[in-house]
Design a protein around this ligand. Structure first.
Ligand code: GLC
Length: 559
């Protein structure tokens, strides 16, 4: 028995759209809002409940919209506010909700707040950002930004430095200032009043900084690590509870915090079942697991692949420990994380479809709210990088400049091999709609090259094939809607000693759902159904042989 409160966002499946790469309606090579509206029936067919839109606000695009210059305007490349309103109304009419990206740790340096702030030490907006004096021409401390190089930028006119944990065009907002917070809340209310259905909160675990700004531990490239002084910072929960009081609690919203560095104990606060902060968080432990096996060459850049037992240990732990205390989000990839079938599965043609379905089963039968990233439902794969010229992401361009060109820490070949594994551009290639030129994404020149495998892997092909990854996701999503045990059942791990099979049970009101997934390309013995066959729920083969899981087989029953 579980006495979990029943709410729509626990019963939903979320689909993430990266607008730049989803669908281009006007031939400029960049996805846009009308492109999204055109494809809403496709999403309705998939059966998803909620769309999460990566940022569509006005932005100079230093970090593809995660650098906002006006929170209340739409990026020109993407269309107009009327286009947005039409997209929102159409989604609602088709029964889907829309969650927006809240990027409030930082703005663009072109945001009027920052332009004002920079204009003089006396500006009323000065304190909207984090300005400090340097030491003898050096920055206030040794922190390294996420996108390489120092986390402080010198402003000659006012002879001070501003903090930017990401690019120098993404100055960090000063959450210590109550006026900054009120300005953010006011903007959030404006969007909520428009009728949006929630927020995905960008790097929300980093909004509260240790005000002493101490030096961090120095890494191989000579910079210091800001993590201990920024992640889950001293006032983060206070700020989120305030935001909840001021804004969130007045609307019916799904809120999910992107919380790099979040621990289970911290998550119990961020996503507390009492609703005092957010609905749920994105934790990073499982996606970061690959990064240390073997050790990366520099920063996050390596070619490691996490083993199934390691991934299982992490996700099983989150399942068990949040039970009854906080709600999990379930994801394999997003616009920052490589394609799951390449990263954790097997993207060789022989196994790609089977493996993609197995991974989906393994995740979607767990307890929590599942997220599908555009193209995941087609089994889209990573791409191959043969030159830096193929890269668009500021993170790749900067690390290339620093580690390859400036410090000679890695060779170009080594870096490109790392890109093949973990570069964010792997997931930012255009959505593959059909086999026509540029995968039907655009009639123009795409802003980033299409993955060459689009002729084979695309939505039209999937829709024409009843056995496709698309229809498998459709079934998984429909099952979640029809079987409360998938939403609310408690989680119990099985066969934890197996090197090959990830298995678990869900239990609710005397019912048991049994899930087993073979993560290898070999048949594996599986005794789970020896005593009782149970009733078939879903699987990725036409037949199931007792006592065995075929290569990449996923099999689910209920009794
Ligand atoms: C988050 C976003 C990422 C962005 C960064 C800075 O991690 O998901 O895409 O680059 O924050 O906003």
């Amino acid at each position: 028995m579980t006495n979990e409160t029943h709410v729509w966002w626990k019963e939903s499946v979320i689909y993430q759209i990266y607008p730049r790469s989803f669908a281009d309606s006007d031939g400029d090579g960049i996805g846009d809002l009308n492109g999204i509206t055109d494809h809403l029936p496709y999403l309705a067919k998939l059966g998803i409940d909620v769309i999460w839109l990566s940022p569509v606000y006005q932005s100079p695009n230093d970090d593809n919209g995660y650098d906002i210059s006006d929170y209340r305007a739409i990026m020109e490349d993407f269309g107009t506010m009327e286009d947005f309103d039409r997209m929102l109304a159409t989604a609602h009419r088709l029964g889907m909700r829309v969650v927006m990206d809240l990027v409030a740790n930082h703005t663009s340096d072109e945001h009027v707040w920052f332009v004002e702030s920079r204009s003089s030490r006396k500006s009323p907006y000065r304190d909207f950002y984090i300005w400090r004096d340097g030491h003898d021409g050096e920055p206030p401390n040794n922190w390294e930004s996420v996108f390489s190089g120092p986390a402080w930028e010198y402003d000659e006119a006012s002879d001070q430095w501003y903090l930017h944990l990401f690019s120098r065009k993404q100055p960090d907002l000063n959450w210590e200032n109550p006026q900054t917070r009120e300005a953010i809340y006011d903007m959030m209310r404006w969007w909520c009043d428009k009728g949006i259905d929630g927020w995905r909160m960008d790097v929300i675990s980093m909004i509260s900084k240790d005000q002493r700004f101490p030096d961090g531990q120095v890494g191989p490239d000579g910079y210091g690590d800001f993590f201990p002084y920024v992640v889950n910072g001293p006032r983060v929960h206070e700020f989120l509870r305030e935001m909840n009081q001021e804004v969130l609690s007045h609307y019916d919203l799904l809120t999910v915090g992107e919380a790099g560095g979040v621990t289970i104990d911290e998550a119990k606060h961020y996503a507390a079942a009492d609703g005092s902060e957010l609905s749920m968080v994105f934790q990073f432990e499982h996606v970061d697991a690959s990064l240390n096996e073997p050790a990366p060459l520099v920063g996050k850049w390596g070619t490691g692949k996490a083993s199934m037992p390691k991934l299982r240990a992490i996700l099983n732990k989150w399942q068990m420990e949040l039970e009854g205390k906080a709600w999990n989000s379930l994801y394999w990839n997003n616009h920052d994380q490589p394609r799951v079938v390449s990263r954790f599965g097997d993207d060789r043609p022989k196994w790609r479809v089977r493996s993609a379905k197995m991974l989906a089963t393994c995740l979607h039968m767990m307890k929590g709210t599942p997220y599908v990233y555009q193209g995941e439902e087609l089994g889209m794969t990573n791409r191959h990088f043969s030159s830096i010229d193929e890269c668009r992401d500021i993170e790749e361009l900067n690390i290339w400049h620093q580690a390859v060109e400036e410090l000679h820490m890695v060779t170009p070949e080594q870096m490109l091999a790392c890109f093949d594994h973990v570069a964010r551009d792997n997931v930012r290639t255009p959505m593959q709609w059909d086999a026509s030129p540029n995968a039907g994404f655009t009639t123009g020149n795409p802003w980033i090259a299409v993955n060459p495998n689009y002729a084979e892997i695309n939505a039209a092909a999937c829709l024409a094939d009843p056995d496709s990854v698309f229809y498998y996701y459709q079934r998984l999503i429909a099952l979640r809607h029809s079987m409360p045990i998938i939403v609310y059942g408690t989680f119990h791990p099985l066969m934890e000693e197996s090197e090959a099979i990830w298995a678990y049970e869900r239990r609710l009101d005397g019912q048991t759902l049994t899930v087993a997934c073979n993560w290898t390309d070999q048949p594996q013995p599986c005794p789970l159904w020896d005593d009782e066959p149970g009733t078939f729920v879903i699987g990725n083969y036409d037949t199931h042989e007792p006592g065995i899981l075929k290569p990449y087989e996923a099999y689910v029953t209920v009794r």
